[in-house]
Design a protein around this ligand. Sequence first.
Ligand SMILES: [Zn+2]
Length: 396
Amino acid sequence: MADVLDVPEQRAAQAEFPRILGDIGGELRGPTLVCVGGLHGNEPSGVHGLQRVIRKLEADRTGLQGRILALTGNRKGLAADERYLAHDLNRAWTPERLARVHADEDAVTDEDAELLELETLIAEAIDQAPGYAALFDLHSTSGGGAPFVTMDDTLANRALAFKVPAPHVLGLEEELAGTMLGYWIERGVPAVGFESGQHQDPGSVDRAEAATWIVLETSGVVARGSRPEMDNARQLLRRTAEGLPEVVEVRYREPVVNGQPFRMRPGYVSFQRVRSGEVLADNGNHEITSPENGMILMPLYQKQGEDGFFIIRSVRPFWLRISALLRHMRVDRFVHWLPGVKRHPKLPGAFLVDRRRARWFALEVFHLLGFRRAAKTREHLVVTPREPRRRKRLTT
Ligand SMILES: [Zn+2]
């Protein structure tokens, strides 16, 4: 009779999560942290990790001085154990799409319906926050390897995320459009993500829980040193981060176009060293090699997904300190004095870089100064400021 338990409907019933996993401390006047797990439906460990945190806080509110709102991401995707049903929910956060789903709630896809609910709940929570509010997004990966933090390199994100003892991956947002984190950062909300390990590894739940506790403390939702969970959380993540760089940046993304026969070569895990020219994957009869020496991140071992793998390299702490200093000094105000750099005629705050005239300094300089690459053509680079504007009211 064991087979009976294995029919998809039974599995689906077990995996149905409420949209709101928990909402605690809303009456307190401290900071707000909105956490999302399972934005990809085949990544339930974030949801389980959040459920554990909520259970413990409900049983014992020691140290709680603000609000945690824990949300389920792609509920239908989770029930079906699929990354998504119609399209990737973590590539759908564009102002245009949100305007459309707000305007016509009937004509939406499964993921658009999830998008609408999530955006509404997050916007409300942020508007209700009496002061600081931030977002924390929990994921897992199809391949193995150490857990890591993903973040836009803003000073506010550094303050929120650098206490998590795991490698911090900068620059993913330059490769991916329409992510939930990117959307909220644009609206002045510090927002960081955490990849807790392989999808099915039970340890990924432990690590998702651990990272959530640390971010709760860093954001001030729970008072420093008040919770018994914190020591274990730090130790657990420190162990998995041993020997790995604290900060890395994305150098390359291997795109996978829908329907392509992309196949990763077996055995690669995140942070594994690869050499330039090493064959990493196959696309039909065509071998895909690493474009440079570095480390591999998130090799794709599942059918759905548009990123085959990333190549990363470590960033020296020296440069992070320099860039914090340059940003505090607001050196970005003077970049249009550089040859080949002028203000963008249409985009406020953005600069247009003539790639031939400005080739002696690279994108790295703009990264240091707090810019991100927004677009690139043969002649020009468009860079936009990363440091967010002040948070404005989000709901009407
Ligand atoms: Zn994910």
